[in-house]
Design a protein. Structure first.
Length: 446
């Protein structure tokens, strides 16, 4: 088969014109200006350099956020922002940090500084958002590490068995798809380890707002957490998955009253008190027939005998202090799966695994700063009215931010010329108009 190729002779030339592939970042700049976060950061007491030639800490933080938003997964990737003169002018930076500047900046953070700075920053941020009766999801994840980093230990790592990791703890506001709090922990830490202190800090960040529901997986099923939630001035409604240990399986095996809610699906409930618990608690049990529902998860009860009867069913159980029907308790917990999507987005779109340094608290500071960048993207969705259909950062990056642009001067005014096809210009005008019309503080009350 003959294939005819057309070769186009093309020469190249250089230009001094400031051109950027990220002209859509002007939207983020206008949103940041409206929130006043730059002024708050300047009053927050961020670590500053001692050199006469140092870069302002606020500019370092903003440049780090922009690097994450345009796709940087490691400190070395931040060079893309440094060589972009147009982004520099859009955000008003006098100088742009190098990768070494970023790592030096985060190494100035200690445990005390991380607690002070990020608690105050998150508290200020969520105080500007008017909402109440929210759902709080707590979950942990595994960040695989290579090389020797402080706090990197061999622990639970289902994807890379035997590989050192960190084991961060997250608190998500499900209604807003935002991160309320985040702590970095060593890789050999159990899910619920130090969770009470974490929850105390999270409640401090969200003070003045009522928790409508607390959800967590089986790793957080412990007397300490139950008692903490029940001892609040207003007890927190919760639904927490139970650990399917041998004793619990014996109790489930004796359960006789089941309600069929769908084909191959039954729900029952009972009271259960594990060893070391202060009292009995309500337990909801879900049983599924894998013959009818082959994708059903859960545990088998086969350990009691070799009967094939036990291979047919998978069981889940949940503990709660609510009086709602058992079916609604199960529905509540199923919606917790969205927190896994948030963790996946943080890893795949925001590069939380990449900004790692040898110093543990420097790595934690970078991680928590990425969480702020994540929340600001969530805020952008609200400001630009793109919250009807959820769009991940990768989609926003190519639909809204990746716009070839250059700067011109018209009199004393700077104008960003954005290369947008005619049929999309009205849509972009709508985004800028929505950001301009949005009020701050932002009311999310329904």
């Amino acid at each position: 088969m003959d294939v005819t190729k057309t070769y186009i002779k093309m020469d190249y030339e250089y230009t001094d014109k400031c051109v950027t592939p990220w002209g859509g970042m002007l939207q983020m700049k206008r949103m940041l200006d409206k929130t006043g976060i730059e002024e708050f950061l300047s009053e927050l007491g961020l670590p500053q350099g001692r050199s006469n030639n140092h870069i302002n800490a606020v500019s370092i933080v903003e440049a780090f956020w922009v690097s994450v938003w345009i796709g940087a997964f490691r400190f070395s990737h931040t060079t893309v922002v440094r060589v972009d003169e147009t982004l520099k002018k859009i955000f008003g930076w006098k100088r742009v940090p190098s990768p070494v500047t970023f790592t030096r900046f985060f190494r100035k953070f200690s445990l005390k500084e991380n607690t002070r700075i990020f608690t105050r920053l998150n508290e200020w941020f969520f105080n500007q958002l008017h909402f109440d009766n929210y759902v709080l999801d707590v979950d942990s994840s595994v960040l695989t590490r290579y090389g020797e980093q402080e706090g990197s230990r061999v622990g639970y790592n289902p994807q890379k068995r035997g590989r050192p990791s960190h084991h961060p703890l997250f608190a998500f506001i499900a209604d807003l798809r935002m991160v309320a709090n985040c702590w970095l922990r060593s890789g050999d830490t159990r899910s619920a380890n130090n969770c009470i202190a974490f929850l105390e800090e999270t409640f401090q960040i969200l003070k003045g707002k009522t928790i409508g529901l607390f959800r967590a997986d089986a790793g957080f099923c412990s007397e300490k957490i139950f008692s903490f939630l029940e001892s609040q001035e207003r007890p927190v409604p919760y639904v927490i998955a139970g650990r399917m240990n041998t004793l619990l399986k014996w109790q489930i095996k004796d359960l006789r009253q089941w309600i069929e809610v769908d084909e191959g699906l039954w729900i029952g409930e009972m009271s259960y008190q594990a060893h070391g618990w202060s009292k009995e608690r309500r337990m909801v049990v879900v049983k599924q027939d894998v013959g009818i529902r082959p994708k059903a998860g859960g545990k088998m009860l086969k350990l009691f005998d070799d009967s094939p009867f036990y291979e047919r069913y998978r069981y889940h159980c949940f503990f709660t202090n609510q009086t709602l029907p058992a079916v609604e308790i199960w529905e509540q917990y199923k919606r917790r799966a969205d927190s896994e999507n948030r963790i996946q987005e943080l890893k795949q779109d925001f590069g939380v695994e990449g900004f790692c340094m040898k110093n543990f608290y420097a790595t934690e500071a970078a991680l928590r700063m990425v969480m702020v960048a994540y929340n600001l993207v969530a805020l952008y969705r609200l400001f630009s009215k793109q919250n009807t259909n959820y769009q991940r950062l990768t989609t926003l990056r190519f639909n809204c931010f990746a716009v070839g642009s250059w700067l011109i001067k018209r009199g004393h005014k700077k104008i960003l010329k954005m290369s947008v096809p005619l049929k999309r210009r009205q849509w972009f005008d709508g985004l800028f108009a929505n950001i301009k019309r949005s009020e701050w503080p932002l009311s999310l009350q329904t």
